[in-house]
Design a protein around this ligand. Structure first.
Ligand SMILES: C[S@@+](CC[C@H](N)C(=O)[O-])C[C@H]1O[C@@H](n2cnc3c(N)ncnc32)[C@H](O)[C@@H]1O
Length: 315
């Protein structure tokens, strides 16, 4: 089963995203997670010369790849911002732009997880890095080396939801006193050991949840999502009051999460904003991939798309 294409990543739920965002030719579109440009190139094709596309990514390689891809496949020149999407509102306000469409396709792209040197995957041995933004100072090796048992347990429990978090953290502390843990394979072995005979019953590799937890912690993924949701809330609040905002009246939002922690945060915030009259939820239940899409792209399996429309300006 394929999980990648010539660009290093297959965009998930592309038709559903296009249908929900329904871009007009003169729209301002914000892609918070440009990745390999899979979604943005299709969104760009909906724009004419009046439209603008703003791309965020904190991985410089992915941002410049999607920039080049859009320039070569369309006549559009995107505005590229090498920063976390947590700053989307501020960046748009500074440029005097109002978004009509906002997309965030959270997590990592296939090219990132498929590069052994980035240390994101259990399938390859590589340095224990896991940073999506190569400029941040603390990588997974440092996190595993510096955290105490309670901190490690909390990370694995909260972000990996692994019931054996305490055992895993204890084993990591024990083993790191014998030799520094520098590679993905070394860490995976230690976690397998901490599972003991339970490893045989585990459907996935016993280290899967811990790897997810460390990746989320290293990249502060939930902190960034919380900040984006705050920006959307703040922007929508101002829009509905007719104040200067980074969100245009009627802006369409499409957020794709890949695990329950992300989806829960998006769902709760959309419910609260709907209750406060800031937006209208377009999806009560998240949109997931069809069976044919899962057949074409195994990584789409856990995708959950939630969409909303920002309230119209109150005059
Ligand atoms: C799932 S991929 C996006 C794939 C893209 N939609 C495509 O079709 O090619 C997620 C991208 O978001 C980036 N990313 C993750 N967290 C981010 C953040 N806080 N701010 C900006 N970009 C982020 C990753 O570096 C990665 O390139």
């Amino acid at each position: 089963m394929s999980t990648t294409d010539d660009h290093g990543h297959i965009p998930v739920l592309i038709n559903e995203v296009l249908e929900q965002l329904a871009p007009n030719p003169s729209d301002v579109i914000v892609d918070c997670t440009a990745g390999r440009g899979g979604h943005s190139v299709e969104l760009a094709k909906c724009l004419d010369s009046r439209g603008q596309l703003i791309l965020f990514d904190l991985d410089p390689e992915n941002l410049s790849y999607s920039d080049a891809r859009i320039r070569s496949e369309t006549s559009l020149e995107p505005i590229c911002i090498l920063r976390s999407f947590a700053a989307a509102g501020r960046e748009l306000l500074e440029r005097g732009l109002k978004a009509n469409c906002v997309l965030a396709d959270l997590g990592f792209a296939s090219n990132q997880i498929d590069t052994p040197d980035r240390g994101l995957s259990l399938r390859f041995d590589g340095p224990l890095d896991m940073r999506l933004d190569p400029s941040i100072p603390i990588d997974a090796e440092a996190l595993v080396a510096m955290s105490d048992e309670k901190e490690l347990t909390d990370i694995i429990r909260r972000y990996g939801e692994d019931p054996l978090a305490g055992r895993i953290a204890r084993k990591i502390i024990e083993k790191r006193s014998e030799a520094p843990i520098r590679t993905t394979a070394h860490l995976a072995r230690i976690i397998r050991e901490s599972y003991g005979s339970r490893a045989r019953d585990s459907r996935v590799h016993p280290a899967t949840r811990t790897f997810q937890a460390l990746r989320i912690a290293v990249n502060d993924e939930l902190g960034a999502l919380e900040a984006l949701l705050n920006e959307l809330d703040h922007g929508a609040r101002r829009t509905t009051k007719g104040q200067v905002s980074w969100l245009a009246p009627g802006a369409r939002l499409a957020l794709i999460g890949f695990h329950s922690l992300e989806d829960r945060m998006i769902k709760q915030r959309f419910v609260e904003m709907d209750r406060d009259g800031l937006l209208e939820r377009r999806t009560r239940k998240p949109i997931g991939p069809s069976d044919p899409e899962i057949g074409r792209n195994a990584r789409s399996r856990s995708a959950k798309l939630r969409c909303a429309k920002v309230g119209a300006q109150v005059s």
